[in-house]
Design a binder for this molecule. Structure first.
Ligand code: 2AM
Length: 176
């Protein structure tokens, strides 16, 4: 472990009551795999990987400059990546979600921070090493998104823990 660096990512933290509802629904599906802890449910916006601690003040001030309105996420798609990761996603991602992820990414790249070039794919991880996608699951969860945050991914004897370092409010929602 490197004491001078943190494994960082920007994400939306799933509100606790919604996270409980989602993991209860997931557990009722009785699938094989390694469940993501309720407290760890989140939707990653940009993954930064290992970053030196000295980079933190820059990251905090860059994030504060991102201006995107609050939005509602409707999680109504259950999918499974080839890696065996079972996830929830919106069938129709709102434009503001894309703007937020892209805005952060562009700002970080402009500052010279290296990012992987995987395209943004909005998903909330539920279960790792899941052997199959259930045929008859029809999720429907509503998530009013009002903040985004910077997290450090940390390992302990109990697995991964995502520590929130700072959060920022989105702009008040735009009227339709
Ligand atoms: P995942 O849930 O699909 O694995 C912390 O690891 C978060 O960053 C997770 O949401 C993880 O997505 C995401 N992430 C994105 N790119 C990653 C990468 N290259 N390595 C590890 N995690 C990554």
């Amino acid at each position: 472990m490197n004491d001078d660096a943190l494994r960082l990512f920007f994400a939306l933290r799933c509100p606790p009551r919604l996270a409980e509802a989602i993991t209860t629904w997931r557990d009722d599906l009785q699938l094989q795999g390694r469940p993501v802890a309720t407290a760890n449910l989140h939707l990653t916006l940009v993954f930064l990987g290992q970053q030196p601690l000295t980079q933190l003040p820059t990251l905090l001030s860059l994030a504060a400059s991102v201006q995107v309105p609050a939005f509602d996420l409707h999680l109504d798609h259950l999918g499974r990546f080839n890696s065996g990761l079972l996830y929830l996603a919106p069938n129709q991602p709102p434009e503001a979600l894309q703007d937020l992820a892209q805005g952060l990414r562009d700002t970080l790249l402009d500052t010279g921070i290296n990012l992987d070039d995987r395209p943004f794919r909005a998903h909330l991880s539920l279960l790792r090493r899941c052997p199959r996608l259930p045929a008859d699951a029809t999720p429907s969860f509503d998530w009013p998104v009002s903040h985004f945050a910077l997290f450090a991914s940390e390992q302990s004897a109990h697995g991964s823990h995502y520590r929130q370092l700072q959060q920022w409010p989105l702009r008040p929602k735009e009227s339709p």
